[in-house]
Design a protein around this ligand. Structure first.
Ligand code: ATP
Length: 267
């Protein structure tokens, strides 16, 4: 029987169950599919810990299939998108990173590092409604080093979307000019764009509605490209003025075509 604990916010409403350490596996680094298996382990443990939903397992499997076809490596079209996405986040007035269960389970530490390096706020937003899971995600992000984690409000909503994901924080996505939404579904990405936001997404499927609607789509595994984004953001900090060429010259359609061509060559 797990004991209740309180999150770093000290918020009485934020009582949640402690999460087990991640990941605990007997897969050794010498295994040829070590990284892929560790990511799978993280998602499974994320579900067990109440961070990710069981539906997240299926979404992860879809990502794995695309990654397999992409040879599980970061291609040039993804490196270019990493630069464009980081440039957008650094040049933004109010950048926000939207965090769902899979993203938190896979890469909480790197998300916190990216938020710190770009000055972006972290905001929880999940597909399947669950207040307990929202709190578990916040708690896990805080333990991974987040200074502040915004929660969806019941006062501010995105237009053009009508389910749980429409609720946003007044000082987070509501104010944001650039939103990073890794592993997002198409409705919400399109709604963000229709609300006037620029969107940076990370999605291994270049044909998804999210990939097609976003301003910058990084077709790469979240776990591979986040460290690259953090490194780039740290390198470019303080050079925001000189980044406009990178963002204005970005051709997302060309990057998606290159990614699709790479997939078709492999399949
Ligand atoms: P859309 O609504 O945008 O057409 P979808 O319904 O396929 O997309 P989801 O099922 O919500 O969207 O899945 C999110 C996307 O995240 C999928 O395209 C999947 O390939 C991708 N994905 C899953 N795991 C990862 C990962 N680790 N890194 C990058 N992308 C991933």
């Amino acid at each position: 029987m797990m004991q209740k604990t309180t999150t770093a916010t000290g918020d009485a409403a934020a009582e949640i169950y402690p999460l087990p350490p991640m990941p605990a596996s007997d897969v050794t680094p010498s295994h040829p599919r070590y990284l892929s298996l560790m990511a799978r382990e993280r998602i499974v443990q994320g579900v067990e810990a109440g961070i990710a939903s069981p539906h997240g397992l299926i979404a992860h499997g879809r990502g794995e299939a695309f990654d397999y076809l992409l040879n599980e490596r970061t291609h040039d079209f993804a490196s270019g998108a990493v630069d464009a996405g980081v440039a957008l986040l650094l040049a933004a007035r109010h950048p926000v990173i939207s965090v769902n269960g899979n993203v938190c389970a896979l890469a909480a530490e790197e998300l916190c590092a990216l938020a710190a390096a770009t000055g972006a706020k972290l905001e929880v937003n999940i597909f399947h409604t669950s207040a307990a899971r929202e709190l578990a995600i916040r708690s896990y992000l805080e333990r991974a080093g987040a200074q502040e984690v915004l929660m969806p409000s019941r006062t501010h909503a995105l237009q053009h979307i009508d389910h749980n994901r429409r609720w946003i924080h007044p000082e987070g996505i509501h104010l944001a000019d650039v939103v990073c939404v890794p592993l997002e579904d198409g409705d919400r990405c399109q709604a963000l764009i229709r609300n006037g936001k620029k969107v940076v997404t990370i999605d291994l499927n270049p044909m998804s509605r999210t990939a097609r609607a976003a301003t910058v789509t990084i077709v790469d595994n979240l776990t591979r490209c986040l460290p690259l984004m953090v490194a780039r953001a740290r390198e470019w900090q303080g050079r925001e003025e000189s980044l406009s060429e990178i963002t204005s010259g970005w051709d997302n359609e060309a990057a998606l075509s290159a990614a699709e061509a790479a997939l078709r060559r492999m399949s």
